[in-house]
Write a protein that binds this ligand. Structure first.
Ligand SMILES: [Zn+2]
Length: 314
């Protein structure tokens, strides 16, 4: 999650193109994404940061090491991967794109997370958490033996903290025909905040179907949610600006948890959701594993569901 500054993309509204909400007849069986495996990926990100000057920031060796490691895991699982390089003011950075080479390539369901940290620290909650969760979901899908109806693609974005640079680069360099195939983009940025909330993005002008499916999933798990307008603070911005349906979740950053929020989610009122947001203390100790567990199962639910969604009628 980037610091909330002006973002031109945040104000883009797309007219028309309202998707029918939640038009999935029956949700696919939801997987239990392993919190143990996800935590192990986070241990790896911490170890990469520790071995590379304490961060995984764009243009620094800890970022490239993170990207190489994620790509190798996906390659080994059978994904078709690309390391996409692009320029930033801090030097060359990279997106890791992974596609499961099965399913209808004309209907692409995508999930992503930013893989870079700020330079102040290792970025384990922001956004090792989202990256580890998306990675583990991708690995679980590959191992599941499912036959996908649609094409599944994952993006691990570089240089988000420098202004959503990687995701914008990816979207801007997609040919129009490829953009048209993107049916959904799901974003996961900070999903294990130590004083967690359960926020669902409510900033998608192309329809609220995926937002509503996320809320329904959390409700079924007895987790209450609140809507949040994230807009230009994370990587779905470039997708939503093109009119592609987006959704995502967030466990909170520098904002203070209210007493009403503490009453429904536990934790400490009057304290930030993540007191280590963009600080050196965003380490492997800066995680709430219960939040992580709920969140990764929500990612799994959405991937399993939307990979089977019938887009041929629309
Ligand atoms: Zn951030």
């Amino acid at each position: 999650m980037r610091t909330f500054l002006y973002s031109g993309l945040g104000t883009v509204l797309v007219a028309g193109a309202v998707l029918a909400p939640g038009n999935i007849a029956t949700a696919a069986e939801s997987p239990d994404i392993s919190v143990t495996n996800t935590k192990a990926h986070l241990d790896q990100f911490q170890s990469i940061a520790t071995g590379n000057g304490g961060n995984r920031a764009a243009g620094r060796p800890g970022y490239k090491a993170s990207a190489d490691w994620v790509k190798a895991k996906l390659d080994a699982a059978g994904y078709t991967t690309t390391l996409q390089s692009f320029p930033t003011w801090a030097g060359t950075s990279y997106n890791v794109i992974a596609e499961w080479p099965h399913g209808d390539a004309n209907h692409v369901v995508m999930a992503g997370s930013h893989l870079d940290s700020v330079s102040a620290g290792p970025g384990i909650n922001d956004n090792g958490s989202g990256s580890a969760g998306v990675l583990e979901t991708a690995l679980a899908y590959a191992a599941s033996g499912q036959t996908p109806r649609n094409r599944l693609r994952f993006g691990f974005w570089g240089a988000e903290e420098l202004g959503l640079v990687g995701s914008r680069y990816y979207v801007n360099n997609l040919p129009t025909a490829e953009r048209d195939k993107l049916k959904l983009y799901l974003n996961f940025d900070m999903i294990a905040s130590p004083n967690p909330g359960y926020f669902v993005y409510d900033d998608n002008p192309a329809g609220n179907g995926a937002r509503d499916d996320l809320v329904a999933y959390f409700t079924q798990q007895n987790v209450q949610t609140e809507f949040i307008d994230v807009q230009g603070r994370s990587d779905h911005a470039a997708f939503r600006a093109l009119g592609i349906p987006t959704a995502g979740t967030f466990a909170g950053a520098e904002e203070t948890k209210t007493s009403a929020q503490a009453a429904k989610w536990g934790g400490t009122a009057g304290q930030a959701f993540d007191r280590c947001y963009h600080r050196s203390c965003d380490t492997i100790s800066n995680l709430d594993l219960t939040s992580l567990d709920h969140q990764i199962d929500a990612i799994g639910h959405m991937i399993w569901t939307y990979t089977q969604k019938d887009y041929t009628a629309s």
